[in-house]
Design a protein around this ligand. Structure first.
Ligand SMILES: Nc1nc2c(ncn2[C@@H]2O[C@H](COP(=O)(O)OP(=O)(O)OP(=O)(O)O)[C@@H](O)[C@H]2O)c(=O)[nH]1
Length: 316
């Protein structure tokens, strides 16, 4: 068993039961094994379960391996899954065709068990590395919460969801108060530590699975609350204000409290179209400006409705 590949899955596609069993026995120590006995099942399971690697037979009734790879490579959901062809019908033309269609490898039957295991292991290792790099690319190194890149992706996805399903959606921008003077007073390294604590305090208040907090940059964070109306958002965001204040990080030069606090600006709406996404961020920014202007350590909440009420909640 290769510990590095833990948590990965392999889909074995073969119309022959014995082949499926032998291949399963060969690779089951390396990853979770899924099985499909024809092309249609292979496509269904790939789309639904998103395996990390597919071992695909070429000659199968109804839909052969070439048709399967063609379908998977043309689907945005599955086109990145690496595919290894395995076939008794092996000749250079078949191998070339398979590789040109996007397969990462080609194994001829009858196969040698050790060779199959070594090749599968190599591909699983590169999947694991890719996943790790992908994770790192979406995390803010200082605070360990999501970064700007992940925020952009989440915002796009959740905005689209809210637009399609006509659900309310809240976007909030959070900014640490008087952080320049915090750095000037305590030094940049202590400032970094405070940034980390604030990030984790915000994160601790977001309990629903799709709630999201990320660092936009500097001392600014962003919160996405899908399927959340203005009232629900105000409760969560007020909790965020309190959680930061309750960290009780001394800030002797803050002009609003004796500890580190944040101001939050939010905007709640049901998206009217896909292009309004940036306007929502502008509205949340505008709310933040108003919260700062009104004395900091508070939430300023706006919503899209005609009867829009502007809410100011002090943290205390
Ligand atoms: N320690 C630390 N400081 C940072 C980081 N990124 C940005 N900052 C600092 O955050 C401060 C932000 O200052 P300003 O934009 O003037 O805002 P502020 O002093 O918080 O004032 P208000 O937002 O108006 O309350 C600057 O001094 C930046 O250097 C970081 O990664 N680490």
């Amino acid at each position: 068993m290769n510990q590095n590949n833990k948590g990965l899955s392999i889909l074995i596609v073969d119309d022959d039961k014995t082949n499926r069993r032998i291949l399963k026995e060969l690779v089951e120590g390396m990853a979770v094994v899924l099985l499909a006995k024809n092309g249609a099942q292979a496509i269904e399971k790939s789309t639904e379960l998103k395996p990390d690697l597919i071992i695909l037979d070429i000659v199968m009734p109804d839909m052969d391996g070439f048709a399967v790879i063609d379908t998977l490579k043309n689907n945005r959901e599955t086109h990145d899954i690496p595919i290894i062809f395995i076939t008794a019908n092996n000749c250079f033309e078949m191998e070339e065709k398979g590789l040109r269609l996007g397969a990462v490898d080609f194994i001829a039957k009858p196969f040698h068990g050790g060779v199959v295991q070594a090749r599968v292991n190599t591909h699983l290792q590169s999947v694991a590395h890719k996943k790790l790099l992908d994770q790192l690319a979406h995390i803010d190194a200082l605070t360990t919460i999501a970064n700007r890149r992940q925020f952009d992706e989440v915002l796009h996805k959740e905005w689209q969801y809210a637009y399609r399903n006509r659900t309310e959606f809240t976007l909030a921008v959070v900014d640490i108060d008087y952080f320049k003077s915090y750095n000037d007073t305590y030094g940049h390294l202590v400032g970094d530590k405070a940034l980390r604590s604030v990030a984790l305090a915000l994160q601790s208040q977001l309990v629903r699975p799709r709630d999201f907090v990320g660092r936009l940059g500097g001392e600014e964070f962003v919160i996405v609350l899908p399927e959340t109306d203005v009232r629900g958002a105000e409760v969560s965001l007020h909790n965020c204000l309190n959680a930061v204040r309750e960290l009780d990080i001394p800030h002797e030069n803050s002009q609003c409290e004796a500890c580190v606090t944040v101001s939050i600006g939010s905007y709640t709406c049901i998206p009217e179209n896909m292009t309004d996404m940036l306007n929502a961020l502008n509205f949340a920014d505008q709310s933040l400006y108003l919260a700062k202007d009104n004395g900091r350590n508070q939430l300023y909440s706006q919503n899209y409705k005609q009867d829009s009420k502007l809410v100011l909640l002090n943290a205390n």
